[in-house]
Ligand binder design. Structure first.
Ligand code: ATP
Ligand code: MG
Length: 286
């Protein structure tokens, strides 16, 4: 378990995330009978689909780099997003996974028709859309929390959401994410953004890269601190792919003075949570 400070994430939460990571490698021995529920995360960097059974147990999944079909909380490239999702759904269905219902999520602060647009992508590939949920609420279902601040550091943005009594009471989305780290590294090494992304995610180059991108993490932490003024929050839950970079939790903790909790695989938390919300909605009408 990766935990900074004294706050822990429950074993069952981390186990579910680990099971989802394992299920992404489609396995033949997985049970394919019974209804399955999909959660689709249409992100700036990745489109991720999670499939769970009625108990919320992950059974399969798919992840595709999305090349900015979505940006700043808007679906910018419908055709691109639909094409990627269709391929994922066909792959899952061909492997014997039949999807009963699906839910989508929208970034914090998205309203009205812009939220609906996320569901429309799912409907366009023939999925039966039963729900739309905001991303931090989806993450909180996996983390099993009803209090705290979910900090979602993805490809394009950092989402900051305060949760009290299980409800999102404050939310903000700032344009600083993994892409900005890539830009810093691209400038430093004089390489393309794609090459910078490879350097950033190469564990062997972590020690070399960390001092170069630490200021960006400090900036993210200062954004979080500013947004939390006036809220009594004592724990930050880091999710989103950029939170996978080793060392980010320590920077967040030292810069904000708050306890920081890091789940076992931050990138998979929100998609899995969307699938859990789908089960709840489809089976209880919640
Ligand atoms: N091990 C890693 N170290 C550093 N960054 C990583 C690692 N793994 C993934 N990332 C980064 O995570 C980002 C993608 O995360 P995620 O899938 O949460 O984003 P997204 O949901 O598509 O974007 P957004 O939420 O901003 O719309 C990319 O910028 C990628 O470089
Ligand atoms: Mg995201």
């Amino acid at each position: 378990m990766s935990t900074v400070g004294n706050v822990m994430i429950s074993e069952s939460a981390n186990q579910r995330i680990t099971d989802f990571a394992d299920a992404m490698v489609l396995k033949h021995e997985v049970r394919r009978d019974g209804p399955l529920f999909a959660g689709v995360d249409l992100g700036t960097a990745n489109i991720v689909t999670a499939l769970v059974d009625t108990r919320g147990q992950p059974v399969a999944g798919a992840l595709t780099r999305s090349q900015s079909s979505v940006r700043d909380g808007l679906v910018l490239d419908y055709v691109g997003a639909i094409s990627i999702l269709r391929k994922q759904v066909i792959r899952l269905q061909s492997a014997g996974f039949l999807i009963e219902a699906a839910s989508a999520a929208y970034p914090p602060g998205t309203n009205g028709r812009n939220c609906q647009a996320f569901g429309n992508v799912l409907a366009a590939v023939g999925l039966k859309v039963v729900g739309l949920i905001d991303e931090p609420s989806a993450a909180s279902l996996v983390l099993e929390i009803s209090e705290g601040c979910v900090v979602d550091i993805g490809g394009g943005t950092t989402g900051i959401s305060v949760i009290k009594h299980g409800e999102v009471v404050y939310t903000a989305d700032e344009a600083t994410g993994g892409v900005h780290l890539d830009l810093v590294l691209a400038g430093n090494y004089k390489v393309s953004v794609e090459e910078a992304e490879r350097i950033k995610t190469d564990p062997k180059r972590h020690d070399e890269v960390f001092p170069l991108i630490r200021p960006v993490f400090q900036k993210m932490a200062s954004i979080v601190r500013t947004h939390l003024q006036g809220y009594s929050v004592d724990t930050l839950y880091l999710v989103g792919g950029t939170s996978c970079f080793p060392g980010i939790a320590d920077v967040m903790e030292s810069e904000t003075g708050l306890k920081v909790v890091l789940p076992v695989n931050p990138l998979l938390v929100t998609p899995l949570g969307i699938a859990l919300s789908c089960v709840k909605k489809a089976t209880n009408g919640e």
